[in-house]
Write a protein that binds this ligand. Structure first.
Ligand code: ZN
Length: 254
């Protein structure tokens, strides 16, 4: 690597992120290719309680030389029934939140945004979205054995079962909610053709059919949290019951 390349902010930043992300988490694993710091491969786990549960999906992230000032592109490689494969997916600016990409967003937040996006959106909008839940579930079963030619490992080898740190997913989803709120992941706009009859389905912003992806994400987080609250209430009720029964017992047989 030349001295100039080492000095570039993109190289510095990518090397820093590579160091931080050098171990698989319960939800993803990603590292740069040995020969190219500007191309990373990742495996993400399908979110639980969705058709993607148990699935592991491999993909590439390609960084522009201006990273982190400009966002990376994503190419999914494992069939998933949600994102088309072998196409560049862009992190585009949402119609609803036309702010730009933030340099503070990281590879981790991008990966969490991909996971958060998987179960979102109704069927039928983008080519691969036409898959039914059962088709997605079938692909999820197959996905762990997908082997990347560059990584020479299967998804399961790249992302083995790692015990989750309690609350980890909520923390990560909250961290990613800003990205999800402001960006849409969509296929790269096709090169302008002379005659364009109607906008290709792929070019329609997901934001339009979606309303607000951040809203859905917040709902997901809320649902997970309310499950925890419910358990706390059950426990409290149990102890109150226990105390009451003791009291009754004392009164009856004193
Ligand atoms: Zn790979």
């Amino acid at each position: 690597m030349s001295r100039m390349a080492i000095r570039s902010p993109a190289v510095k930043r990518l090397m820093k992120e590579a160091k931080e992300l050098n171990k698989p988490t319960a939800h993803f694993f990603t590292q740069p290719l040995e020969e190219n710091l500007f191309e990373w491969h990742f495996t993400v786990k399908g979110p639980s309680d969705t058709a993607f549960e148990g699935g592991r999906y491999h993909g590439r992230i390609v960084f522009p030389p201006e990273y982190p000032m400009k966002p990376p592109s994503i190419i999914m490689l494992t069939e998933n029934g949600r994102f088309s494969v072998n196409n560049k997916l862009c992190l585009s600016i949402s119609n609803f939140h036309p702010e730009s990409w933030e340099p503070s967003w990281s590879i981790r937040t991008v990966l969490m945004a991909i996971i958060a996006y998987m179960p979102m959106h109704g069927e039928g909008a983008i080519g691969s979205l036409d898959c039914t839940s059962s088709e997605r579930a079938k692909l999820a079963v197959r996905s762990s054995t997908y082997k990347c030619r560059d990584c020479k490992k299967t998804n399961l080898e790249l992302l083995p079962e790692v015990e989750e740190v309690p609350g980890e997913i909520q923390e990560l989803l909250e961290e990613a909610s800003d990205v999800v709120k402001r960006l849409v992941i969509k296929p790269e706009a096709p090169v302008a053709k002379k005659q364009r009859q109607e906008p290709p389905q792929d070019a329609i912003s997901l934001g339009e059919e979606l309303n607000d992806p951040a809203q859905e994400l917040r709902q997901q987080i809320f649902q997970q949290k309310s499950k925890q609250y419910l358990w706390t209430i059950y426990l409290l009720l149990f102890f109150i019951g226990l105390l009451l029964s003791r009291r009754l017992y004392l009164i009856d047989y004193k």
